[in-house]
Design a protein around this ligand. Sequence first.
Ligand SMILES: Nc1ncnc2c1ncn2[C@@H]1O[C@H](COP(=O)(O)OP(=O)(O)OP(=O)(O)O)[C@@H](O)[C@H]1O
Length: 443
Amino acid sequence: MSSEIAVRVENLGKCFHIYEKPGDRLKQFLLPQVRRAFGIEAKQYFREFWALKNVSFDIQRGETVGIIGRNGSGKSTLLQLICDTLTPTTGEIETHGRVAALLELGSGFNPEFTGRENVYLNAAVLGLEKKEIDGRLADIIDFADIGQFIDQPVKTYSSGMVVRLAFAVQSQIDPDILIVDEALSVGDAKFQAKCFDRLRKLKDRGTSILLVTHSSEQIVTHCSKAVLLNDGAVLEIGEPRRIVNRYLDVLFGRERKSSSVSSNVPLPKPDRVVPVAYPLSHTDDVFATHPGYNPHEYRWGDGSARILDFFLSTNGEPYPSAIDTGQNLVLAVSVKFEINMVRPILGVTIKTKEGVTVYGVNSETLEVDAFKVLGQAGSVVIPELRFCCRLAPGDYFVSLGLASRIGADVVPHDRRYDAIHLKVSPDSRFHGLVDLEADLRVN
Ligand SMILES: Nc1ncnc2c1ncn2[C@@H]1O[C@H](COP(=O)(O)OP(=O)(O)OP(=O)(O)O)[C@@H](O)[C@H]1O
């Protein structure tokens, strides 16, 4: 085995026994022994529930791996198995080095002891000698920044204060493996930023980090790889941006099979449509042939309508390689409806390369009346979006989506996540995320 591997998980499985009635647990404990004594076959009073099935992956030294998945997909169970607070039913786990964990439920603190006493207790459990803890105490207290509360019993702390102290201890003991389970979401934004700064430093000195979060942005920004869990099994392991997009599928129901509207649906009479001349395909999907197309786009949908092509221009220049802040942009797409649908919705989102959404609109939020009469089977329409690029210099990705509504549900027909790469040229006039076009005067 390579010495660079910090964690190896192989065919890991965890089965819980579920008892329908409280008395069944006692029956399960006592009756099989009685039945066996009388030579009668033992009956089972529980049903099995596999919270984790056949999970395998490696974490290299210095790697930050994100675990993402819906509620109940098995994330916490996986972390508890790696931390050794749960025993696996099947498979194996190898960890190399000191493991520190910041779990969502329970910090490992004794509520009756003061914060200071708990620091000693906690660090001792993690294998530190008293002398070592003495040497790090000031840094821990400084990082936690909870003032006089450090000498109060932990039971008087707010949940944010508990997490502050827990993170301070776990991260200041220089662990080889650090496990963080959603706990950071409890802290305020300033503390979270401080924690992520600390995580970066730990990573640089070789700590492997396992981060469970529901935040797509944290996964894309901080992780070098991500694991998507679904119903206790690994759905996919890979590049964070791809995994996050797949997670959104799982969350918003890509698995939907039927199309939302049958071809018999009567459509409103369309208004007269004034054709706009864009060099866009009305028949073939040529989206991927243009400059700016991102070959790592993530595409899905039931195919009842398709986004076939796009055209981007600024100041008359088609498909610009870079855009200046403040320039006007035109984004036109061609959409083909394969079946009749009522009130289709076109959405456009712009995200930073870290996955932070900077701007998102759709034909419903913009109340575009023209969309009320679109959607005839076989027709092609060319929606056009015009906007001013107020973005700061950097790299951005444009996602497009075509959906329609059936009752309260939005049924995705063609979602093209991160399909177009936008590059905004360097600009020395401002810093930050957007140009607010400040005007500075002296009166
Ligand atoms: N001790 C237990 N006994 C029975 N079932 C359990 C036990 N612990 C967890 N489960 C079940 O295992 C499944 C996975 O739970 P787990 O807490 O690992 O999910 P999760 O992905 O961390 O969810 P969340 O995002 O809500 O924190 C759930 O269906 C949960 O009800």
